[in-house]
Design a binder for this molecule. Structure first.
Ligand SMILES: [Zn+2]
Length: 88
């Protein structure tokens, strides 16, 4: 699972304030704030540098939030919330 290896499990990686409660999904509003204000969104676990947010993009109906470490250029991608199922 090469993609899964990039996603941190909540310790380190993307800071908790950028995640939705009770999930590992990214919370769009604070992420976009950080992007606009050029604030870091997390800590790079291998090197301790700051992770900087990138522009979210959509793959298969799900938002993905890329972040790049300023020190080692490692990239991480965290998913947004799962698409809601339509109920009738
Ligand atoms: Zn790093």
């Amino acid at each position: 699972m090469p993609q899964g290896a990039l996603i941190h499990d909540g310790r380190g990686g993307i800071w908790r304030k950028f995640r939705l409660d009770n999930t590992r999904a990214i919370n769009a509003a604070p992420w976009l704030d950080a992007l606009a204000q050029r604030h870091p969104v997390g800590t790079c676990r291998p090197c301790g540098g700051h992770l900087w947010p990138g522009q979210p993009y959509t793959v298969g109906g799900r938002q993905l939030y890329p972040a790049t470490c300023s020190a080692c250029n490692r990239e991480a991608v965290a998913p947004g919330p799962a698409p809601k199922r339509k109920r009738k």
